[in-house]
Ligand binder design. Structure first.
Ligand code: PGA
Ligand code: ZN
Length: 419
């Protein structure tokens, strides 16, 4: 048994320059730490993120009260606990909070503790982090869902869809996958420059050219896939995250243009885009409460494409069960800070495995140098990981960690299967 001997929380900054919580857990002289990520297009059923709303020094964005809470009350509660008993520690935190949505402590207090505990436990056991979860042998590498054009809440261009991603389906390894994405990104950059747009990037590292038509963004991507010597829909697939919560008003959607139209018309337009651009994955195509539209879309498309619930499920097992029973999607996005602990996240993943859903491990738009999700994706046998573009160090760090994992697996390393 190794005991937790000390807990230190501090305020640090995330990739948007917004304050966030870092926690360092000690067992005697050995320590491990974790930094909490933060979303911009959040679902209303997510666990709460606590900030010092009334502290104007950081425009209400600091997390100093949370840091203090961890360093006092929470630290007292988890000190002397067996570090290797993750479930017990997570349960202590869940019970100390006592609410469904972590309203008392905040998920940003709980998650960095949960993750730092797991990291330290593996460090003390001298096992790589990816070996500390569900998979015990035959580790597989997830395919990257690489975000190459940013829109929506992640940039200030006029693009309505939030994320335009590519997935290198024909890649034989992570290094091959990254090489394929590298080529497409560099060709996309040339095309964007030639068109006279800026090559500045958005929150998740994808380009954020000042265009406002989804179709134009998709055409740029198809062109750059072709120029890189690949076939769209075979070697590389286009995947989208609409983040439709942001584009929903009075039961209508403004996804395809500024105009709000009915859900059924929106579905028709989706179907046109899917066929025209061979789109293989669509995340949050509808609002988090619009179960009916999810179901209607699912009925005609479930065999054809991956339909991913992010804000719909918020990594919450009750919502995932609702979605499964109402035939709403065939895949779930997994973000640990939507629920708050590793233990709860693993329960959701096990349920997703049971019902045959794809589960995609994801970063947040506000992220950090913490590469936990790379190990977590391999260790939970996730077949895809969504962690931004091949720019911005907080995104690239996760891909680099996957390269290290691939190297450590050596000749046993294999890509996961995409179904
Ligand atoms: P968020 O966006 O981290 O800003 O919520 C990511 C996503 O919607 O997948
Ligand atoms: Zn999303």
């Amino acid at each position: 048994m190794s005991k937790i001997t000390k807990v230190i929380a501090r305020q640090v900054f995330d990739s948007r320059g917004t304050p966030t919580v870092e926690v360092e857990i000690f067992s005697n002289k050995i320590s491990a730490s974790s930094i909490c990520p933060s979303g911009a297009s959040t679902g209303s059923y997510e666990a709460h993120e606590k900030r010092d709303k009334f502290n104007k020094k950081y425009l209400g964005k600091s997390v100093l009260n949370t840091v203090k809470l961890i360093n006092t009350k929470i630290s007292k509660k988890i000190k002397n606990q067996n570090l290797h008993n993750q479930e017990k520690i997570d349960d202590l935190l869940i019970n100390l909070d006592g609410t469904q949505q972590k309203k008392n402590l905040g998920a940003n207090a709980i998650l960095p503790i949960s993750i730092a505990v797991k990291k330290l436990s593996c460090k003390i056991k001298k096992i790589p982090l990816y070996k500390g979860f569900l998979v015990k042998k035959n580790f597989k590498i997830p395919y990257p869902l690489m975000n190459i054009i940013n829109g929506g809440a992640h940039s200030n261009n006029g693009l309505r869809i939030q994320e335009f991603m590519i997935r290198p389906d024909k890649a034989k390894s992570m290094s091959d996958a990254l090489r394929m994405c590298f080529l497409v990104i560099n060709n996309l950059k040339k095309i964007i420059i030639k068109k006279g747009y800026s090559t500045s990037v958005g929150d998740e590292g994808g380009f954020a050219p000042m265009i406002n038509s989804n179709e134009e963004a998709l055409k740029l991507i198809v062109q750059s896939i072709k120029r890189s010597g690949f076939k769209n829909g075979r070697d590389i697939s286009i995947c989208l995250d609409v983040a439709a919560n942001e584009l929903f008003r009075n039961k209508k959607y403004s996804i395809h243009s500024k105009k709000y139209i009915s859900a059924s018309k929106t579905i028709k337009k989706y179907n046109i885009l899917i066929n025209k651009f061979k789109i293989k994955s669509l995340e949050d195509p509808f609002n988090e409460n619009d179960w009916l539209s999810w179901n209607q879309f699912m009925k005609s498309n479930y065999k054809k494409i991956q339909i991913v619930g992010d804000d719909l499920y918020v990594t919450n097992i009750r919502r995932l069960k609702m979605g499964f029973l109402s035939n709403s999607s065939n895949s779930i996005l997994i973000k640990l800070n939507q629920i708050g602990t590793i233990t709860e996240t693993l329960k959701v993943i096990k349920y997703a495995q049971l019902i045959g859903f794809n589960y995609i491990i994801s970063h947040r738009s506000g992220d950090s140098e913490d590469t936990f999700i790379s190990d977590f994706a391999v260790g939970t046998n996730s077949n895809q990981i969504k962690t931004g573009s091949l720019t911005r160090s907080e995104r690239v760090a996760k891909y680099n960690q996957l390269l290290r994992i691939e190297e450590s697996l050596g000749k046993y390393s294999k890509m996961n299967n995409i179904k």
